[in-house]
Design a protein around this ligand. Sequence first.
Ligand SMILES: [Zn+2]
Length: 160
Amino acid sequence: MKPIFFAIFSFLILSCNGNAQDSKTQKIYPVSKTEAEWKAELSPAAYHVLREKGTERAFSSRLNRIEEPGIFVCAACGNELYKTQHKFESGTGWPSFDRPINEANVDYRPDRTGGFPATEVVCAQCGGHLGHVFNDGPKKTTGKRHCINGVAMDFVPYSQ
Ligand SMILES: [Zn+2]
């Protein structure tokens, strides 16, 4: 009897966790598509970061070097995320900003997948993974460091 009880108990626990996770990941964003649709639209590298929470190789993004004024938009849905004027050289190899263009344009989620507590930054419009935010940013401004994957964004210069 005992092993059976344990099995049923475990099943219930796992089901509860599964449901809790589902309701979290299934938050409905204004821009919602199936994984197959995202896969068809995005480059494999962008899909890996935005939809599978991947991390691009450090120093691999051309957006690292951008200094001209403009706006960094979500590569998946075009949502405006960051401005060049809030970009700073963090030395990490990923585009870094001290704040988003507007706090309402990004969403924050607790993330423990790296083995330490971190805060994930996602696009508030499509839920795409962008990167993480840390508290070691420029002290003179916000103290925040938004460490964002370049492949998750496109750059739109003001002059365009
Ligand atoms: Zn987006």
